[in-house]
Design a protein around this ligand. Structure first.
Ligand code: BMA
Length: 340
């Protein structure tokens, strides 16, 4: 197979473990998972489905903190090595664009994406039901909450790490406000981060297998590679005992990212370990962030486990891209631009 490269920055200090002998599949777990356990800070019962970035030689993250009254809010966390995290006891002190304090009624499943010199936080917020909330920071000290980009109901807002053809690009998964029984991934673009349009369908749930038969949702920010935008995402199946969340991988066209080039017909990670199978919601792996090193092609994936813990998993760009191409299937009109 041809040599695949990450188009991006080097990050020699990203967490890493080599693939263990006998590991099954293209993604392997950090041996000391979970990296964040229960009751990680005062007033916080569980942390999961969270996002991290490299910052000033270390790491910073926006964490989904399930507080001890059961509501999720967003808290910052800091780490020297990307594995041991110190979580703020206070919520992120958002202000609105007029400078007044703002707190969402609830906030969950954050993504954290740097575009140019700005870090954007994208999360699921309450806007007359589940919708996408956005905020920005440059220094992780002041956080400006911006206008909600989309109408309700919507979740899994995932920003691309650079503008494409001059515009910001954001994936999302329109659906309902409850424990959504349906959903495909769509793309919207914006010249200014205020007005969003040119909506496109990107990828459908379904396919030959059953692991993504109920719904799918974008995961970490897509990774730019020589083969296209590589994105990990979650795919959900239904059982008599409830939903099961697995991780899939897809490669989108670099210039027209609403076109799927390759998509794995099998999951790349599914709940198998105790911390994925047992917790507040059993059988969930839910990826929200990656760290990447262009020099080595290494990728560290941060995922929520069982709505209770944070896990880390690893792959290389070569291994995962080869795997996705080898297991590719076309689902519905994924290969099309997605306009009707
Ligand atoms: C989804 C979201 C995720 C959660 C998952 C499994 O609808 O709420 O935050 O991880 O359900 O409970």
């Amino acid at each position: 197979m041809s040599k695949v490269q990450i188009i991006g920055e080097n990050l020699s200090n990203l967490p890493w473990q080599d693939k263990p002998e006998g590991a099954v599949g293209p993604v392997w777990r950090h041996a000391e998972n979970p990296v964040i356990g229960r009751n990680p800070a005062k007033g916080i019962a569980r942390i999961f489905n969270s996002a991290v970035v490299p910052y000033e030689g270390k790491f910073v993250g926006v964490f989904r903190a399930e507080t001890i009254n059961g509501r999720p809010h967003l808290h910052l966390g800091y780490s020297d090595d990307g594995l041991q995290w110190k979580i703020d006891e206070e919520r992120i002190p958002f202000v609105n664009e007029a400078g007044q304090p703002f707190q969402p009624n609830y906030a969950y499943d954050p993504r954290l994406v740097k575009v140019e010199d700005t870090y954007y936080i994208i999360w699921c917020t309450d806007f007359y039901g589940a919708s996408i909330g956005v905020a920005k920071t440059k220094d992780f000290k002041s956080f400006i909450r911006l206008e909600n980009p989309f109408l309700p109901f919507n979740r899994n807002g995932v920003l691309f790490p650079r503008k494409i053809n001059g515009n910001f690009m954001m994936l999302s998964r329109p659906s309902d406000s409850g424990h959504t029984p349906f959903g495909d991934v769509f793309l919207s673009e914006s010249p200014d981060f205020v007005y969003w349009g040119k909506h496109r369908h990107v990828m459908s749930k379904g396919g030959q297998g059953w692991w993504q038969s109920v719904k799918i949702g974008g995961g970490p920010a897509p990774i730019e590679t020589s083969e296209g935008w590589l994105m990990f995402y979650h795919g959900v199946t239904g059982t008599c005992n409830g939903l099961v969340y697995s991780m899939g991988a897809v490669i989108l066209d670099l210039d027209e990212p609403s076109r799927v080039k390759y998509r794995s017909s099998t999951y790349v990670l599914t709940p198998e370990e105790w911390y994925e199978e047992r917790g507040f919601v059993p059988n969930v792996v839910f990826p929200c962030a990656t760290l990447t090193d262009a020099a080595t092609g290494r990728i560290a994936i941060y995922y929520g486990a069982a709505d209770t813990y944070v896990g880390v998993a690893y792959t290389t760009v070569q291994e995962i891209v080869d795997y996705v191409k080898a297991t590719h299937e076309t689902v519905g009109d994924d290969a099309e631009i997605g306009v009707m």
